[in-house]
Design a protein around this ligand. Sequence first.
Ligand code: NDP
Length: 277
Amino acid sequence: MAYLIDGKVISKQIKDELKEKVSAYNKVICLAVIQVGCDPASTVYVGNKKKACEYIGIKSLAYELPEETTQEELLDIIDKLNEDDNVHGILVQLPVPKHINEDCIIQAISPNKDVDGFHPASVGALSIGQKGFVSCTPAGVIQLLKRSNIDIAGKECVVVGRSNIVGKPMSMLLLRENGTVTICHSKTKDLKEVCKRADILVVAVGRPRMIDASYVKPGATVIDVGIHRDENNKLCGDVDFASVEPVAGAITPVPGGVGPMTIAMLMNNCVEAGMTE
Ligand code: NDP
């Protein structure tokens, strides 16, 4: 039976550490959260972010903008928040409505306030080993590994998926931790054989339960970033947990694995932004 990496417990540990840090700090740390339109999933995510801020003691400013908001209006708000010394982090909940260019919005946020870690300057800093905010989900995966005492240095790490928000930064972070990293994608040949080399297999493929035991080396650590609802409306990941769990050495469940870490790491970035003025 695999060791279960508990994202709920680890994310709570991180939030409690941040709460203590913030209460010992004599200034108010503030995150501005902008939502354009009222996509129900985005409303849930934004609500969870506000709750996490409250728990830790971070002030949150909510901008709930109508669907018809123009790109110029949104850019104007971001500009003002960039200039406001009382605001330390800026987050625009994605996706934005189709008439707004997402890249343009991401690039408008000052890299010093880019707590999502999506700005090209943040991504560039990560790839050349400089200081900058790191995308929250992959940063959360590293914390799951470290806090479960799973060594990364020298290990064969295989990442399935190369998206800008998960796969690519995940690979850079594993490399920064001295893993030997292979990145797989839809054109990878012999995916199974490549995955089977992994001591640490991180799956961010966006396909429900695609990775079963036949992709996993016995004893490997398997991190499942995926999140889906199956045909019975039950949450599941990109990994077939029932098949992989008996083979793996350690595994994250869905829900309760990587998911809770994303907000914990967002809070970590906000605290860092607030404390490095
Ligand atoms: P994307 O759809 O942006 O990327 C998927 C990646 O998987 C692509 O690089 C794609 O390759 C690759 N891929 C797709 N099919 C195959 C295949 N058959 N074989 C090999 N590679 C394949 O997804 P994201 O990175 O945004 O998200 C991945 C998963 O993680 C999703 O389930 C998402 O819901 C979840 N997620 C969870 C978060 C959390 O907080 N827990 C946060 C963000 C995402 P190619 O580039 O060639 O197309």
